[in-house]
Write a protein that binds this ligand. Sequence first.
Ligand code: PLP
Length: 449
Amino acid sequence: MDAAEFRRRGKEMVDYVADYLENIEKRPVYPDLEPGYLRSLIPNEAPLEPESYEDIIKDVERVIMPGVTHWHSPYFFAYFPAASSYPAMVADMLCGAIGCIGFSWAASPACTELETVMLDWLGKMLQLPECFIAGTHGRGGGVIQGTASEATLMSLLAARCKAVRRVQAINAKKSESEILSKLVAYTSDQAHSSVERAALIGAVMMRKVPTDNHYAVRKEMLKKMVEEDKAAGLIPFYFCATLGTTPSCAFDHLTELGPLCNEENMWMHIDAAYAGSAFVCPEFRPLLNGVEFADSFNFNPHKWLLVNFDSAIVKQHWQIPLGRRFRSLKMWFVFRMYGLKGLQAHIRKQVALAKEFESLVRADKRFEICAEVVLGLVCFRLKGSNELNQELLKRITKSREIHLVPCQLSGRFVLRFAICARSTESHHIQQAWQHITQLTFELLQEFQK
Ligand code: PLP
């Protein structure tokens, strides 16, 4: 492909993408395939001779699209959102064109500097304390990581290093391995699996703190565990708080937990992967109160702030890879083209849609809401057995008209309805609910036979 063909094909691709997104709701949101479907559709080996672009593009519809779960369909309500917007996609093209590997300032000054400034913009949008802002002195700030999982791992490794140094400063004879074997980290029993994985990779113990009736960690619960562990000769060193847990979007109480972590010399990391974007709205910002006690903070603009994957910001500087993409371009384009007001409007609209769905569920006595609806996630279930709810979800998935995933809350099988796509409107919510109630009607009739 030379520059002339690139111009032509690139323009065609932009049209293909715009058509795909404009018509996405006509496609079944979830694929109808068995695992392993793809191998038989393409050759076992890469071609020896070059193939034509036309052939590849034909195969996109033949091979790829049938196997795509359409995350940007307005009928996609699974997991948490994967953010997407046109300015971010256009910026991603530019990032690909510049194609730098920004591992140092000299390797690409604009890449390094724009990232620093974008993290300051974000820090200010979220009203983070001054110590999280790089400013012109560069003392605070942070970096863009690929995912929240990397951010959590980095914070745990940094905390581990700090704890070892602290213990050795008091007792120089203690070996690193001896200290490591005594370090203990804590997180909520509702935390994302990536937190537990960080402890596995970091080779430290991790304790799950039981949560209250709202699935949140409270100070007393953590304090009790820390005291027991200290009495047993262990060294508590790290707590990962969650703002917006994956199962039910619960919020740990930072204003209680932060001072405890500070008193106990425990690093407090905040995983706000999904919910963090909502803090650009002043009405949701109180959920972040207590961030001033944290050592590191992460959220994913690629979940809910209209910046396509991958961009997880972390206020803290370590990272695993040396090479870095020019990810901040996506943020720069998105923040400028939406403005803070546009970003706030996006969050507010999606929260309102979640509330609309919640009202529909509450108005139907066959169903119950299983956790407080704070942002864009509604946890609900049919009153009845886990088996009944499992069957309902099975039928929803099989219908391929809407897509949802479950979670477990207090041992109960619960359906999660997350507002995800930028294109989801009220009529999609109404239609989704109609679909759920139709399937419920059929299901209950069969169960009652
Ligand atoms: N933390 C929380 C609270 C999440 O909800 C998720 C994913 O949904 C993650 C971490 C993992 O995110 P990532 O894929 O960016 O590692």
